[in-house]
Ligand binder design. Structure first.
Ligand code: MN
Length: 231
């Protein structure tokens, strides 16, 4: 088949210990999924999970052992970090039950849901979509995917982010309001999941601003860490 111009290449993420890469389909994100983060954003109580998306080509893919580079985005004066466990879907489906969810998971990675907080807050105030605050270019740094069989017990793992060597976020994945399996159940009721989908599962408390020159290190023991510099 010929195209009127060259199609955008498939975005892919490296897989720990393999030459084959994980081709990305969509990026789903869960909002306010840790209680202490919901509180710091001004919300309390368990609400049904809600979702937003980022374009696949908003990923900043960081290869194993490398430090990635994220350019400081336009339009914002308040770029926030959100460290998140990312679920990589290997087998699609709709109406997947939480009990069956593990069969659909290819692996896990450490990711950052970078947020132009000032723009997101303005959109919230106006009741408008969050896209400009959440789904901008380079807004989704991600490290290599660890296949589920090689990953540790990520559902009970510490999740942390350091900026320039100092702790900013530290919690445990066990504190997710909607855990990974429940998230897959809710998400697959709304969209048909496809192999290649990534799910950013939400961030714990401690979100704050970064500036050009900062170096961010995100860690979930049992997974490859993510290191990225803001330029
Ligand atoms: Mn987030």
């Amino acid at each position: 088949m010929n195209f009127v111009f060259s199609p955008t290449p498939v975005v892919s993420v490296p897989v720990l210990g393999q030459d084959e890469r994980f081709p990305v389909h969509r990026i789903y994100c869960v909002g306010r999924n840790y209680e202490e983060h919901a509180k710091e954003m001004g919300f309390t109580g368990r609400e049904p999970p809600f979702f937003f998306l980022k374009p696949a080509d908003s990923l900043v893919v960081v290869e194993s052992g490398q430090t990635g580079v994220m350019p400081y985005p336009t339009l914002t004066k308040n770029l926030h970090h959100e460290i998140e466990l990312v679920v990589a879907i290997g087998k699609g489906g709709r109406n997947i039950s939480a009990a069956d969810a593990a069969q659909h998971i290819y692996g896990y990675a450490v990711g950052l849901d970078m947020t132009r907080r000032d723009l997101q807050n303005e959109m919230k105030k106006q009741g408008r979509p969050w896209c400009i605050g959440k789904a901008f270019d380079h807004s989704a740094p991600i490290g290599p995917i660890t296949p589920i069989a090689q990953a540790g017990d990520v559902n009970n793992a510490e999740i942390s982010l350091q900026v320039n060597g100092a702790d900013r976020q530290r919690s445990n994945v066990a504190k997710l309001i909607w855990n990974v399996a429940e998230t897959i159940e809710h998400l697959s009721a709304a969209w048909e999941l496809q192999p290649g989908d990534l799910i950013y599962t939400g961030t714990p408390e401690g979100v704050a601003a970064v500036v050009a020159g900062d170096v961010l290190v995100g860690q979930v023991p049992g997974l490859e860490s993510l290191e990225i510099a803001i330029s």
